[in-house]
Design a protein around this ligand. Structure first.
Ligand SMILES: O=C(O)CCC(=O)C(=O)O
Ligand SMILES: [Fe+2]
Length: 345
């Protein structure tokens, strides 16, 4: 397997004022795994079998069981790397796996809202198999109809939304920051690149930001002085949202939970600390122009992500990602599961 450098970091203005501006200094070498063509074909064979296994119905428990078994046939170098990432997600909390298989005869990029993959495709089965090496694959009933493999595509009429259907800048966020059982890992796999080249997945990690954060901000961010609103699709605010800390866990190596479009400080000092963190993330963020077969795996405890603005055409040629979530503790997510399965409330 070859290590290759990734996209340059980006340096940007505050979240309110896009655009991001790129500069070329650091590389993400250690966080990138490029599969050889032989390894890609090995993954393709596993995924192709899964397109017909148990009828190829992704969301059925039987298909998921078949996918879980099939993960053992992934290339050993990939499995070793995923296990190592689970142990230590590194300073960027990101693993970019490149050269995964995608179908050669990809249909037009969907344009309808809430588009998902209910039937297994080569790319969809590949991302599920990879994510199952990290944890249990989960989804949310209120999001993309609870499908395990979701499409991330721009949707006409949703351009200005702070959601993955939008095409304005998507502010940095912890995935489902408001949710007690938010995913531990988010997988975003490109099956069609943005034809304009403008759309970039942006990532930044708390491990990089922490040493630059003032002691005062660190303290404020570590206290329950913030609330995070759920999106309207989850029913909005049901009474008062619980206050929470943005930094939590180990003081020396904390987790971060924040959504710069939905997290509100409860006092002025907390607001200043949030601004300091946002600016640090923006200064340090990496921008990734994903290509077909690229899978960005984010540790959702350490890494926030967002997306630059871009200009969709809505003609079937737009950027198209698949998204799959994984959680480490299936016993813990059970409390939010309606039927003991993978779909949470
Ligand atoms: O489009 C992207 O690159 C990221 C979208 C996103 O944040 C998501 O789907 O969770
Ligand atoms: Fe996201």
């Amino acid at each position: 397997m070859t290590e290759i450098s990734s996209s340059p970091p980006l340096v940007g203005a505050p979240a309110e004022s896009a655009p991001f501006v790129e500069s070329a200094t650091t590389s993400l070498g250690p966080s990138v795994l490029e599969l050889t063509d032989a390894e890609r074909e090995q993954v393709r064979a596993v995924a192709a079998d899964l397109t017909t296994a148990t009828g190829g119905t992704v969301d059925s428990p039987e298909w998921l069981a078949a996918a879980r078994t099939a993960t053992e046939s992934l290339p050993s170098g990939l499995r070793v790397r995923l296990r190592a990432f689970r142990h230590d997600p590194g300073p960027d909390g990101l693993l970019l796996v490149r050269n995964l298989p995608v179908e050669p005869d990809l249909p037009a990029t969907p344009v309808r809202p809430g588009s998902v993959r209910r039937s297994a495709t080569v790319a969809g089965a590949s991302i599920v198999a990879v994510m199952l090496q990290l944890g249990e694959v989960i989804a949310y009933r209120s999001e993309k109809s609870g499908a395990l493999v979701q499409d991330v595509v721009p949707v006409p009429g949703h351009e200005r939304q702070q959601s993955n259907a939008g095409s304005v800048e998507l502010h940095m966020h912890t995935e489902n920051a408001f949710h007690a059982n938010r995913p531990h890992y988010v997988g975003l796999m490109c099956v069609r690149a943005d034809p304009t080249g403008d759309a970039r997945l942006c990532t930044a990690s708390v491990r990089r930001a922490l040493p630059h954060l003032s002691a005062r901000s660190r303290q404020a961010l570590s206290q329950e002085r913030y609330i995070t609103e759920p999106p309207p699709s989850f029913g909005g605010l049901d009474g008062a949202a619980p206050s929470h800390a943005v930094l939590h866990g180990s003081a020396a190596d904390p987790d971060v939970t924040v959504d710069f479009a939905a997290t509100h400080p409860l006092d002025e000092e907390a607001r200043q600390a949030l601004t300091e963190l946002r600016l640090l993330f923006q200064e340090q963020a990496h921008a990734h122009a994903l290509r077909p077969g690229d899978l960005g795996i984010l540790d959702n405890r350490l890494t926030v992500h967002g997306r630059t603005s871009f200009s969709p055409r809505f003609d079937g040629t737009d950027r198209w990602l698949h998204r799959v979530y994984a959680a480490l503790d299936g016993r813990r997510t059970l409390a939010d599961s309606e039927d003991g399965g993978a779909v949470l409330r």
